[in-house]
Design a protein around this ligand. Structure first.
Ligand code: PLP
Length: 452
């Protein structure tokens, strides 16, 4: 394995005059002016249905800055090879690029070593990996796994499959009317039967930021392992797994401006070392006979087969970009956008916001009295505004608020005030119609063309 701290890729980009940095850094504009970075995202600068695209579906996936697309193209044009195999130049370059990406993930998360980072396909695969390794070694009949009402299905179903197969059960922590977890109820659920706590850092359906630091501390005080689903956190908040004391932290690259097909599991070094392998195959073994196999140490033990090398390279470029922009600056910008979004939506009749916790990221989940959520999504799309309508893979969270589906506008730093006002204008125009049922059945493309 090559030196994981190698900066081969970074230096190479610097030579090319790019260095994977946001465009405003080159242009010499003020650091922290994250608005200028919008120019770096080609997909944002297009018209959809005759209107400028307003991408409010960042919770589902984010758009990619040009440096990510370029890093991946460059990798495939020059360096493409399998990793950790073969004694030739391209294998060494590909391995360096792959390990450099691992080191960048470690830097983003504040891990103490790149060896604490396992590459996976995304959050879903990461949670499945942990359910099948940590879960299978810790959870038995009669045991309990505590999670929250806010979890994405990816942080419910793998634990449920495990629980069903070993005779354990899931205990969800309730949330209050604002969509925040109830810490006293959480404390009461932690008992000697609790073997794992699995919680999201940020709720994808409501945008609630959970008090993960307190929740981790409370679990750790009882010796319980904690898995944090950071899918909706990493692109919006500075994360430091060491300061949080998280045992495991999982995220998807595509939700932080990287490609699909790549994500990571952080695991504290000593804990990863204790876990058994999950998937078997090449690259995760030391020695194989027909009688017996000995396994590599982490992270290789958990990366059977050829990994998504090109996607890891893209993720590394995305994370360098985010780190250069600065997560505190991103969070400050999004906080301003979140306040405007809440103000605009709160002012529209018949709109009910779901999830009003004091600590939220820039996500607004809402329903409109008398209108179907998919119709709202469709009408907004006709105006170039991309939101998500549905259950957001978080059915228990929405059902807590008495709905099966909501409209979700989930923002990133590159969204603008103007886009939020456009969203408000189209919704207001929809409200002005005398017959709200009209929207449920007969609205047609072009009906609202004079709005926004
Ligand atoms: N967890 C949360 C909180 C999410 O929002 C998502 C995706 O929306 C996931 C897990 C699953 O992520 P992926 O589909 O990238 O595996």
């Amino acid at each position: 394995m090559s030196d994981a701290s190698s900066s081969y890729y970074f230096l190479d980009e610097a030579r090319a005059g790019k260095a994977g940095l946001p465009s405003f850094v080159h242009e010499g504009t003020a650091t922290g002016d994250v608005r200028a970075a919008r120019a770096d995202f080609p997909a944002l600068h297009q018209r959809v249905n005759g209107h400028p695209l307003a991408w409010f579906d960042n919770g589902a996936t984010t758009q990619k800055p040009r440096v990510v697309l370029e890093a991946m193209t460059r990798f495939y044009e020059r360096d493409n090879s399998n990793v950790h195999r073969g004694a030739h130049t391209l294998a060494a370059r590909a391995t360096d690029a792959y390990e450099d990406a691992r080191a960048t993930v470690a830097r983003l998360l504040g891990a103490s070593s790149p060896q604490e980072i396992v590459f996976v396909r995304g959050t879903t695969e990461g949670v499945n990996l942990l359910a099948n390794t940590l879960g299978r070694s810790r959870v038995g009949a009669g045991d309990e796994i505590v999670l929250t009402t806010l979890e994405h299905h990816a942080n419910i179903v793998p634990w449920q499959l495990l629980a069903q197969s070993v005779g354990a059960r899931l205990r969800p922590v309730p949330v209050d009317d604002s969509g925040q977890v109830q810490l006293d109820a959480y404390a009461a659920l932690l008992t000697e039967r609790t073997k794992i706590v699995a919680l999201s850092h940020v709720s994808n359906a409501l945008g609630t930021v959970l008090p993960v630091d307190s929740m981790i501390a409370m679990a750790k005080a009882r010796g319980i392992s904690v898995v944090v689903d950071g899918a909706q956190a990493v692109a919006h908040l500075p994360v430091d797994v060491t300061a949080l004391g998280a045992d495991f932290y999982v995220f998807s690259g595509h939700k932080i401006f990287g490609p699909t097909g790549i994500g990571a599991v952080y695991g504290r070094r000593d804990l990863l070392a204790e876990l058994p392998p999950w998937q078997g195959g090449g690259s995760m073994i030391r020695d194989v006979t027909f009688e017996h196999t000995t396994f590599s140490g982490p992270p290789a033990r958990f990366e059977a087969g050829t990994p998504s090398i090109g996607d890891a390279v893209g993720l590394g470029a995305a994370l360098r970009y985010v780190l250069a922009l600065g997560l505190p600056a991103i969070a400050a910008r999004e906080d301003r956008l979140a306040r405007l979004l809440t103000d605009v939506l709160s002012d529209i009749p018949r709109v009910r916001l779901i999830g009003t916790a004091a600590h939220k990221v820039a996500v607004a989940s809402f329903v409109v009295e008398g209108m179907r959520t998919d119709d709202i999504g469709r009408v907004l799309d006709e105006h170039g505004i991309a939101v998500r309508s549905g259950h957001h893979c978080a059915q228990p969270a929405l059902r807590r608020f008495g709905v099966e589906s909501s409209v979700r506008a989930s923002l990133a730093f590159y969204n603008t005030e103007d886009e939020i006002h456009r969203l408000g204008a189209v919704l207001r125009r929809m409200m002005r119609t005398d017959d709200v049922k009209h929207w449920g059945a007969t609205v047609k493309k072009g009906d609202l063309s004079s709005s926004a």
